[in-house]
Design a protein around this ligand. Structure first.
Ligand SMILES: Cc1ncc(COP(=O)(O)O)c(C=O)c1O
Length: 406
């Protein structure tokens, strides 16, 4: 086989692996064939620096139409005063917001990684020389400790408070934080990367309505889009945010996936509500069954989950994730607030299997497979059988195979 053919053969192997596994990584999803068709278009070869209708490059007549639609649909989906659809990833969106709203040396508050925060709320913020303070966390409720946070925010008087998380089970106290932020002159940014599809489907808190100044989000976790991101903000911040995105951190906004994002918005408008409802229902059912089977499911005091995620405390998350991987159950390990730097948890997301059409019965079965696999029982063939029955992308205009390689 020639070397270039080997590359395709490796990709085909990857597709076969996905088609015979249970994809339960909370930050991933499959896109519809309609979205994927856009990736292969000529748009992926082009540049469109500048504003719609005022580009620094010629040949952008149709690209303008695509970007205009992306902005319009985003504003409509999230009822936002302003939308920037150009960041090429969630981290890039957060960098742009730090650049727009802070100066080097300013203080910000965010969650540490062991309480669900993302590296872009900590390490990335430090690139801008920001002083990162951590929001206090109530491990029992698996949420921000609002009383302790109020005291700390009043004392430190930060420039920015970052809400939202990567391990994200319950809505954050946005309204309360917005009130305290107003007292000290801070802006509130809500990172909706994980829950964007649930917000679009009206099944999670609405951070725009609750008063966040800025919402950043990647578009490929619970949302139906390709890997890129958006920023929503109040009108008065629009100019600063737009400049911080382009030209400061993006000069090429990946126009093929921008077109794919437009299709994803249309899918969300049409199917988002029923998908998001089923996703949250599935997560709750999975958590309950895992709990019944004797697993330590995080967030028991609050009913385990209000999102697409379920977290289990397995003591050694690395070992457990590898054991599950051997069975074809794909998850990832995570830190937990009480695990002292050790990845004691397994984070599970049900959004992708929901997109493939799974419902409560399958959630109960998956819980049993996870429990057996962690007990050392070989369930690989059961996993293959289950995944064979669920390999079509649903909640889209034309259903298609989820893991076929174009
Ligand atoms: C809360 C949160 N913010 C930002 C990101 C970064 O997004 P991206 O991978 O698109 O850069 C992630 C990624 O998982 C995330 O969980």
């Amino acid at each position: 086989m020639r070397e270039f053919e080997q590359v395709f053969s490796i990709i085909e192997e990857h597709h076969r692996l996905m088609a015979s596994s249970l994809p339960l990584i909370a930050s991933e999803n499959v896109t519809s064939m309609a979205v994927r068709r856009c990736y292969t278009s000529d748009l992926g070869h082009r540049y469109a620096m500048g504003e719609i209708g005022e580009r620094a490059y010629e040949g952008c007549e149709y690209i303008d139409e695509i970007e205009r639609k992306a902005v319009e649909l985003t504003k409509r989906l999230f009822n936002a005063e302003h939308a920037n659809v150009r960041p090429i990833s969630g981290t890039v969106a957060n960098i742009a917001v730090y650049h727009a709203l802070t100066s080097c040396g300013d203080s910000i508050f965010s969650l540490p990684v062991e309480c669900g925060g993302h590296t872009s709320h900590d390490d990335t913020a430090r690139i801008r020389c920001l002083n990162v303070h951590f929001l206090p966390f109530d491990s029992e409720r698996f949420n921000i400790d609002i009383d302790a946070a109020s005291r700390m925010i009043r004392e430190v008087k930060p420039r920015l408070i970052v809400l939202g998380a990567s391990v994200f089970l319950f809505p954050h106290p946005v309204k309360e934080i917005v009130e305290i932020a107003a007292e000290v002159g801070a802006n509130v940014i809500y990172d909706a990367s994980h829950v964007l599809g649930l917000i679009a489907g009206k099944q999670f808190q609405d951070p725009v309505k609750e008063g966040a100044d800025v919402v950043t989000a990647s578009t490929h976790k619970t949302f139906f889009g390709p890997q890129r991101a958006i920023i929503l903000c109040k009108s008065e911040l629009a100019e600063k945010i737009d400049y911080a995105v382009m030209p400061c951190v993006v000069s090429n906004h990946h126009l093929n996936t921008l077109a794919g994002y437009v299709i994803a918005c249309l899918e969300m408008l049409e199917f988002g509500e029923s998908y998001a409802k089923q996703t949250v229902r599935n997560a709750k059912r999975l958590a309950e069954r895992l709990y019944e089977l004797g697993m330590k499911v995080v967030g028991e005091a609050e009913g385990f989950t209000e999102s697409h995620q379920v977290v289990i405390d397995v003591d050694d998350g690395e070992k457990a994730a590898k054991t599950l991987e051997k069975a074809g159950i794909i998850t990832n390990r995570c830190l937990l607030p009480w695990s002292e730097g050790k990845s004691a948890g397994i984070r599970i997301g049900v959004q992708e299997v929901t997109r493939l059409g799974m419902k409560g019965g399958e959630m109960e079965y998956i819980a049993e497979l996870i429990s057996k696999a962690l007990d050392g029982i070989d369930v690989r063939s059961e996993v293959v059988e289950l995944s064979k029955q669920f390999n079509t992308v649903k909640y889209t205009f034309e259903e298609s195979h989820a893991y076929s390689f174009i």
